[in-house]
Design a protein. Sequence first.
Length: 105
Amino acid sequence: MKQVEVSILGQAYTLGCPEGGQELLAKAVAAVDREMTSIRDAGKVKARERIAVLAALNLAYQIAEQGQAPAPRAQKAEPPTAGPVDVDDLLRRVDAALADDGQLL
């Protein structure tokens, strides 16, 4: 596995990347950076964790809209037993969970 250094929202990260996966990783990093920058620049969210969670939700929603499923992980989570996801409710729950962090990273 190759080590690749990337920058997301001005923060440097060293990531493991399988051989031949550099181009796909670069596209993924660019999408995450673009989404996080957009959320930060909107000015409503300042905490880096919140920006990251919202960006992840936005990107996952876009994938779901396109009918694409993310690649399966080694350990699968239990499938949801409830109906469709209420994104607004999910965002309220994320905000409530992160409300007490008190840190701007």
